[in-house]
Design a protein around this ligand. Sequence first.
Ligand code: NAD
Length: 254
Amino acid sequence: MQTPSSSPNRPAHHNVRGAVVAITGGARGIGRATAEAFLARGARVAIGDIDAELAGTTARELAGMQGAEVRSWSLDVTDRTSVATFLDRVEHDLGTVDVLVNNAGIMPTGAFLEESESMTERMLSINLRGVIDGSRVAGARFTTRGHGSIINIASLAGVLGVPGVATYCATKHAVVGFSEALHREFRDAGVHVGAVLPGVVRTELSEGTGFPSWLEWLTTVDPEDVAEAVVRAVGTGKPKVTVPARLGAVLGAV
Ligand code: NAD
């Protein structure tokens, strides 16, 4: 990978041609759009997803893009062994991983007091432990090699409190704090850690959430917009990248 432009006047741009990018939860939604955005820039992409069948279909469809090198593997981010095995397989088949996108996540909605303990556990294990474990496994490899990027898909729910998704908000706030801390801890080792904070994104996860209309109006974007932000986040040295332009204007440099 080449280093990004250091000019503050030019948009951050990172050349990812030839880089190996591993994406968790890449079978659909934001993960799939992110796979497509990296492939369009000449990166080699590994999709890991708990839905191995859909991941395979997605990889086959994306392989139809000109020159695309993309593979899929079964992955459960709640299982640390599965995460390590995923990266081992990617490195064996595609080469040394340069970028890990911790994207897998779930967002059940409803009143907090009606949320089951098992659902709370599941959200913590996928949305938070999955990111921490992925970062641990990739971070050990990246810091040893002296390069690499970890991009965590957080959310505006990582800086706002949205009713109906309290535990989800807790996990995403945690991911933002974790990413900023790790960014500072790893940067001297040549490893960049970033977080992308999308608003409401048109995917299956956000369908019928019943969010307040003002929130949807302010923040709704397409998965492709998020994918662009993820590519931009690689190597920019900024720990946080937001996505919805309208909300960004309201909150300033979140
Ligand atoms: P999605 O439901 O469309 O896709 C999520 C993918 O993660 C699915 O392919 C699913 O199979 C996979 N997955 C779930 N559990 C997994 C596990 N244990 N191991 C591996 N893969 C697993 O969701 P999306 O909208 O594309 O969301 C992707 C990320 O973006 C999530 O972290 C989500 O919190 C975040 N996000 C989404 C929105 C939104 O409005 N859609 C907004 C902000 C942030």
